[in-house]
Design a protein around this ligand. Structure first.
Ligand SMILES: *Cc1c(COP(=O)(O)O)cnc(C)c1O
Length: 639
């Protein structure tokens, strides 16, 4: 782009899509107008250009959509969490240590968990499991005996036996009692296995989170013990000589806590319980604040659902100082602090890159609209409205044409208006919408009812992905994810768009974006060019999104590319691993189809057609090969 009017500086490109607000300093725009990753958060450190990564992915013959994981961001987030708590502890002169654990439900991918364990090793960073399968993974993959393994969720006998197996391996496995009956199970099975359990208790705090996960907290929460259950549990442990096994007090008020005041209240309330238990002589060593550390998805730094009104530093400082104060008042030792932050650790490290494969214009369909002798009055009305449109009456005309269009459709349903007449009315309608849209550019104040015109006029960009597989939360709970092009950021975008996916579900679309102006139903993107693919990224998909997708329409898991930063490489990165996404036959097999039988059945049918002389043998062989190659292929569009 050479045009001065429409060219943007890297800074302007960043601002257009709020990169600084949601990017946590890991993302920036370079002077080629490409989005890039700064794995060390330094402007003059290594810089990975998304378009270089995309070029290499294409060179390797890997198809889009693709998940890209930046392992250095994952490592950096683990370090950041641990060092920030360590600093807060040092600053306050707090007596305990920080023992973080990563809750693997947030992203259970083996490569992700291994990277987190490795990066967390110097800090004795551990793992949290919420089910037997997760515990099986934790026991096998975490080698650090100093780190904690925290077990949440409802537990059966085998879950507890697995935990005790971990104890026999010398690991600090803490069984968190969520439900009173688990005390009895633990007592009986420890005796049976001659094992020495570490026990935690989850408290049901009165403080309620706000935001989307409010239901995980408060009196009606699914998990946790009331104060009377805690005291009864302690009695039970005492009677069995096991009260010294009680090592941890846990709470979790919900994920993505938007407001720091909730965290402070929870720490104070749970801190009082801790203080009282210590005064009763129970040797609790760990105070577990659960998850909830939020991500600023929309960049607003506010206590709204997709944001949070605090930083990591404030979060750590408030927990440490709040707990210190309660402990000092109760004159009890400062416990070690455990956190189970998953979202914070993983969200930034992965994104989904997809290509726009088509554009669905609302406004380009047109036909000849000239007068015919016996046309319906609605067509005449619409034509006259279109002809009389001017700056003085655009609001009135806008209202009129909405009405004529609706009436035409009703009349069409009744068989009063013909297909040709309906086409004329639609053409005239869109002519008016386009003209009114142009006029709105010249006025200062846009009346509310005309604001929908931007949405009406918006194009739909058809993206090669499935919302249900790659961005489930945008569909299920209206989670906002940052979405932006990774290229042409030095060019003013001019197309108002919403995004639709390739599933045949009308819900398969994204119509909720965060822009410079706040929440909007459309996103500004660039007009597509014939000779060039246009790549869009969905960011902050590393927490939950990566592993929650479903197979709606049998679109399977995405191809994955794992990137490591390498300062000595000319492009500052290398692709360490490629994990192929699911093929059509794998997806079919999970739904109990047998791809072998399917291929054989098609072959039989083709053979029959060859015998009948409908298909030539040479063509038949090609068709069978083609069917089989489609079974082996990626489930997304090949474009
Ligand atoms: C889900 C969950 C977490 C993780 O919460 P984030 O908000 O993602 O950090 C932590 N602890 C428990 C008990 C959970 O259920």
């Amino acid at each position: 782009m050479t045009d001065k009017e429409t060219s943007l500086s890297p800074q302007e490109g960043c601002e257009l899509y709020n990169v600084k607000q949601w990017g946590n300093d890991y993302f920036s725009v370079n002077d080629k107008g490409h989005l890039c990753v700064l794995p060390e958060k330094r402007e003059n450190g290594p810089e990975i250009d998304f378009m270089q990564v995309i070029k290499e992915i294409n060179d390797q013959g890997i198809s889009f959509p693709t998940v890209i994981r930046f392992h250095d961001i994952l490592r950096s987030q683990v370090r950041l969490l641990n060092t920030t708590f360590a600093e807060a502890i040092a600053d306050c002169g707090y007596q305990g240590r920080f023992f973080g654990v990563y809750p693997i439900k947030v992203n259970q991918m083996r490569e992700v968990v291994e990277e987190i364990i490795d990066a967390g090793f110097p800090f004795d960073y551990g793992l949290e499991a919420g089910s037997k399968s997760e515990l099986l993974a934790c026991l096998a993959y975490n080698e650090n005996c100093e780190s904690l393994t925290i077990l949440n969720g409802y537990k059966d006998e085998d879950y507890i036996r697995l935990a005790l197996l971990g104890r026999k391996l010398g690991r600090k496995v803490i069984i968190v009692v969520e439900n009173f009956s688990e005390f009895e199970l633990i007592i009986r099975l420890s005796e049976e296995m001659q094992a020495d359990p570490l026990i935690g208790i989850r408290t049901k705090l009165a403080v309620k989170s706000s935001g989307r996960w409010a239901a995980s907290s408060g009196d009606r929460a699914k998990f946790g013990l009331t104060c009377s259950e805690i005291l009864a549990g302690i009695d039970l442990l005492r009677q069995n000589g096991m009260v010294n096994c009680l090592k941890l007090l846990h709470f979790h008020v919900g994920s993505q806590i938007p407001d720091i005041r909730i965290i402070k209240q929870a720490v104070t309330e749970a801190g009082r319980i801790y203080g009282s238990l210590r005064q009763l002589g129970i040797p609790i060593e760990y105070f577990d604040v659960g998850g909830g550390l939020g991500i600023d998805y929309d960049g607003s730094r506010s206590a709204t659902d997709s944001s949070r009104n605090y930083s990591l530093q404030a979060y750590a400082a408030d927990i440490v100082s709040g707990l210190q104060q309660v402990c000092d008042e109760a004159e009890v030792p400062h416990p070690n602090i455990v956190s189970e932050s998953g979202r914070y650790v993983t969200a930034h490290h992965s994104c989904v890159i997809t290509n726009v494969v088509d554009i669905i214009h609302q406004t380009t369909n047109s036909c000849v609209t000239s007068v015919t002798s016996d046309e319906h009055i609605l067509v005449t009305n619409m034509r006259e409205a279109a002809e009389s449109l001017c700056m003085e009456n655009y609001q009135e005309i806008f209202n009129d044409v909405q009405q004529y269009k609706d009436e035409t459709i009703n009349a069409f349903r009744l068989g009063v208006v013909t297909l040709e007449e309906r086409a004329k009315v639609e053409t005239l309608y869109w002519q008016v919408i386009r003209s009114v849209y142009g006029m709105l550019g010249k006025v200062d104040f846009i009346p509310e009812e005309l604001q929908q015109i931007e949405e009406l006029k918006a194009s739909q960009y058809l993206c090669n992905f499935s919302v249900f597989q790659s961005a489930a939360d945008t569909w299920a709970i209206k989670q906002i994810l940052p979405i932006m092009p990774v290229m042409r950021l030095d060019e003013q975008p001019t197309e108002r768009c919403s995004l639709v996916d390739i599933t045949c579900d009308s819900d398969g679309k994204i119509t909720h974006f965060i822009t410079q102006k706040g929440y909007e139903k459309t996103l500004l993107l660039h007009p597509l060019r014939k000779e060039e693919d246009y790549y869009i990224g969905l960011f902050l998909t590393g927490a939950y999104q990566d592993v929650m997708g479903d197979m709606h329409n049998l679109f399977g898991r995405l191809n994955e590319v794992h990137i490591y930063c390498d300062d000595d490489d000319p492009d500052d990165f290398y692709i360490e691993e490629v994990i192929k996404g699911t093929s059509a036959q794998q997806v079919l097999a999970t739904m109990q189809y047998s791809p072998d039988i399917m291929a054989r059945s098609i072959k039989k049918k083709i053979d029959r057609q060859i015998q009948r002389g409908v298909i030539l043998p040479r063509e038949g062989v090609r068709l069978i090969d083609f069917y089989e190659s489609c079974l082996e292929d990626y489930t997304y569009l090949k474009m």
